[in-house]
Design a protein around this ligand. Structure first.
Ligand code: NAD
Length: 263
């Protein structure tokens, strides 16, 4: 199934389940007016409305005090009509992102950033959905993850381990010649670095390798991935209209899961 059709199918499923409830609602807290954040928040609101979920947006002044954000979160944690809370990142430098993340109830942390969160973070969940949609066979595959962030690299490593892959994680301190040999032996490569065309044709790949490009880099108004297009491999996910689409579906699924948990 084409990814776009798979996304439609998933959204229809979610919409059906949402319609069984009186209301499914979640809160987005945005601080300031960052351009990329505006685009992400707009996308989240559009997706939610499409499947019948009610978004509540609190757009707060750039100079708001940390304690005021904490008290909004505290209120939302107690509000039974809110089944999920998102704080759009980045936050201004006077706000401690970690403190904010930890203040969200683990039962409502639909981004999955709290260490006790009941939810799988959206991007790794989206990557697995993406690979599942391709009927990817994970068993005993050599999976290479480039990037070790808490929201992509580390959680996708654990999901792939659970699927019986042999997992290697590389990062900014990995030596180039080591990376070269890991890439050469990888059956599955997940790239989440945040550098345009970081993975290019100077590397050697297995002919039957699958590459999932998580990167989203904005250049002159265009979105570019971390992987140069058209590598000679079996499958390479595009940017845009790749994993990002399923990350968005994963968020809708987490909101619904929040609703189920709250019952
Ligand atoms: P991050 O900046 O937190 O992490 C980047 C990682 O890349 C770090 O762990 C770093 O060690 C690693 N890295 C840097 N240079 C490297 C090198 N030379 N070799 C190997 N590793 C290197 O970024 P992030 O939040 O994980 O996001 C990564 C990319 O994915 C960004 O472009 C971001 O916009 C994108 N992203 C996309 C989605 C989506 O839904 N598609 C979601 C989240 C993030």
């Amino acid at each position: 199934m084409e990814i776009v059709d798979f996304v439609k199918f998933k959204k229809e499923e979610i919409k059906k389940e949402v319609s069984l409830f009186d209301e499914v609602s979640f809160l987005i807290i945005q601080v300031g007016d960052n351009e990329a954040s505006n685009a992400y928040v707009k996308g989240k609101i559009k997706d939610a409305l499409e499947v019948g979920i009610k978004p509540v947006l609190k757009k707060l002044d750039e100079n708001i005090k940390e304690e005021d954000i904490l008290s909004i979160i505290d209120e939302a944690n107690k509000d039974e009509s809110i089944c999920g809370i998102i704080v759009q990142l980045p936050l201004p430098s006077h706000i401690d992102e970690k403190k904010i993340a930890l203040s969200i109830s683990y039962k409502k942390d639909i981004d999955g950033f709290h260490p006790l969160s009941l939810f799988t973070p959206c991007t790794p969940k989206g990557i697995i959905m993406y690979l599942d949609s391709l009927n990817y066979d994970y068993e005993s595959k050599n999976a290479l993850i480039i990037g070790r962030s808490n929201i992509v690299g580390k959680p996708i490593a654990s999901l792939l381990l659970n699927k019986n892959c042999n997992v290697t994680i590389t990062h900014s301190h990995t030596r180039r010649d080591d990376l070269f040999s890991y890439v050469k032996n990888a059956d599955l490569i997940i790239v989440a670095v945040g550098k345009t065309y970081f993975l290019d044709d100077t590397f050697l790949f297995k002919d039957d390798a699958y590459i999932i490009d998580v990167g989203i880099n904005r250049e002159n108004g265009k979105l570019k991935g971390d992987v140069i297009p058209n590598l000679k491999v079996k499958y390479q996910s595009p940017v845009p209209k790749g994993v990002g689409l399923l990350t968005r579906v994963a968020l809708l699924e987490n909101i619904l899961e929040g609703k189920r948990n709250g019952i």
